[in-house]
Design a protein around this ligand. Structure first.
Ligand code: MN
Length: 205
């Protein structure tokens, strides 16, 4: 059974950047539904019962039944992506990373501001529903990318995500209405760079 990440903060803790009603609906309805639907699909995939979500999403082509494969792609993606998104947020945002992740960002993007501009542009340009990512390639270099729907860089084989930015309308519409750019700007205030740094170190092992 896959379980939703436990939030380390209250639903209203990210105010005014992300509002309580959005957080409550996003976590308790949207993310809960992806998780329940993934668990239903897994009941029919008994041969995958011991597989981690990362392995599952990296090997979708090994699910023979196209309907089940699609269910795992959409709901397993929704489950994993939201776990990463919610775990990567904090009311005590540090503003920018430090240590090895900060050094690698400087190396791969030139500066933290250049990285932030690239991920902001990627998230803003995503047409319709999807995500923007900071992720690590197998050789340890960082890259920014965007995926539609509930896809992610594990599925495309590009690398392992360490920071997730949800740009589905359900992530911001109650507060920001059509102004996705304002939500993206606010997102940077609540990023937990300690979590991203830990995921970066883990991905490099
Ligand atoms: Mn979402």
């Amino acid at each position: 059974m896959f379980e939703q990440v436990v939030l380390q903060y209250a639903f209203n803790a990210l105010e005014p950047h992300i509002d309580e009603e959005t957080m409550l609906t996003h976590y308790s309805k949207h993310h809960a539904a992806y998780t329940a639907n993934l668990n239903s699909a897994m009941e029919k995939l008994t041969s995958f019962s011991d597989v981690s979500i990362e392995e599952l999403l990296s090997n979708l082509d090994k699910i023979p039944d196209p309907t089940l494969r699609n269910a795992v792609r959409n709901n397993g993606g929704g489950y994993y992506n939201h776990n990463l998104y919610f775990a990567g947020l904090t009311p005590n945002g540090q503003g920018k990373p430090s240590g090895a992740l900060a050094e690698q960002i400087d190396k791969d993007f030139g500066s933290f501001d250049a990285f932030k501009a690239e991920m902001t542009a990627s998230a803003t340009a995503r047409f319709g529903s999807g995500w923007a990512w900071l992720a690590v390639k197998e050789d340890g270099t960082l890259f920014v990318t965007s995926t539609p729907n509930q896809d992610n860089p594990l599925m495309t084989g590009e690398g392992k995500p360490i920071l997730a930015l949800d740009v589905w309308e359900h992530a911001y519409y109650l507060k920001y209405k059509n102004l996705r750019a304002d939500y993206i700007k606010a997102f940077w205030n609540v990023v937990d760079w300690d979590v991203a740094s830990r995921l970066y170190e883990e991905a490099r092992k």
